[in-house]
Design a protein around this ligand. Structure first.
Ligand code: FES
Ligand SMILES: [Fe+2]
Length: 342
């Protein structure tokens, strides 16, 4: 489908607004001896591990524009070599070898742009702005010895924008409709009382609700039909950390929606729990989360416009107080100048 100029402009503005944030692009253990091409905020990047460190460059060789992601890591893991004529780049993006003119100086302009890169929580994070404006979205439970860490999960690419995906996890009033018997009960569609506030780089929404008993909230093997759960959700424009406290203990779902483009996002997730800590039990919990995300996906992918329309446009009719966290999230996105589609 042809992108109109208006859509292109909104997409570019969306990419620019999310540029100061860190976004995870790849599991750390997927970056070994070979470069990997990824997409982030409408750009093609190449990732490589050079001198042991993850680096990210524009995936375009400075010579004749071949993709560096089809090149090779050479010189004992120190350089990334282009497949076309063998130009090699060091971890700062500077070209260190032009085989067709060895013995002459390498032009100063022979470099590719290198981006901010870090590894945390088992993922490689990239920031494409001049300077990062924020921290990597925190997962404090990752370092907490009381918490059992489930595996890092890659839920692939969804046809949705990052804020739409985050909003779906922030929104609890869909639980009875989309996740009946797991997260909600259609006989009880009434919303909980939300408390929503800003805390540092996060928007926080907290509430108590009754939820169907299951492994994530119950200790009594489902003997009770419903259990009380306290949710505290920490949100950024492209990530959410849901902390569920219940009879079973503490259960954390951390989900990051990396903006590939304005209409595509890559989802990574991790779950952690303070109870039932045997790793052999992980598949049970992962299955439950797979079911929940499988139920969410067609709904979120169906939402239009891709980005959230401005609050003032009244293209979406929020109901209050039920949608309070969503209204607060959207107001915050507007404060951050994250563009909205009209
Ligand atoms: S295009 Fe990369 S070396 Fe020529
Ligand atoms: Fe959901």
């Amino acid at each position: 489908m042809r992108r109109t100029r208006a859509v292109e402009e909104v997409a570019d503005a969306y990419h620019a607004s999310l540029a100061p944030f860190w976004h995870p692009v790849l599991p750390s253990d997927a970056l070994n001896g070979s470069p990997v091409g990824v997409q982030l905020l409408g750009r093609a990047l190449v990732l490589a591990r050079l001198e042991g460190e993850a680096v990210a460059f524009d995936d375009v060789c400075r010579h004749l524009g071949a993709a560096l992601s089809i090149g090779q890591v050479v010189d004992d893991g120190c350089h990334l070599r282009c497949a076309y004529h063998g130009w090699s780049y060091d971890r700062t993006g500077r070209c260190v070898d032009i085989p067709a003119r060895r013995g002459s100086n390498i032009p100063r302009e022979a470099r590719v742009r290198a981006y901010w890169t870090r590894e945390r929580y088992g993922l490689v994070w990239v920031c494409v702005d001049e300077e990062p404006g924020y921290e990597i979205p925190a997962l404090p439970e990752f370092e907490d010895a009381e918490m059992h860490q489930g595996p890092l999960r890659d839920y692939g690419t969804w046809r949705a924008s990052s804020p739409r995906i985050v909003m779906a996890a922030l929104d609890d009033t869909h639980f009875p409709w989309v996740h009946p018997g797991i997260l909600g009960d259609p006989a009880h569609p009434e919303p909980p009382d939300h408390r929503v506030y800003r805390e540092g780089e996060y928007l926080v929404s907290t509430y108590d609700m009754m939820q169907p008993a299951n492994d994530t909230v119950s200790t009594n093997g489902g003997a009770k039909a419903m259990e009380k759960v306290t949710y505290t959700n920490y949100v950024t424009p492209a990530s959410i950390r849901l902390v569920k406290e219940s009879a079973a203990g503490k259960y954390v779902i951390w989900q990051v929606a990396t903006p590939i483009a304005h209409d595509r996002s890559q989802i990574f997730s991790r779950q952690l729990r303070s109870f039932d800590r045997d790793p052999a039990r992980d598949p049970e919990y992962e299955r439950l989360q797979d079911t929940i995300l499988g139920q969410d996906r067609p709904i979120v992918e169906s939402q239009r416009p891709w980005l959230l329309p401005p609050l003032s446009s009244r293209m979406m009719l929020y109901v209050r107080p039920a949608d309070l966290p969503l209204v607060a999230f959207q107001k915050w996105l507007e404060e951050l100048h994250i563009p909205q589609e009209v």
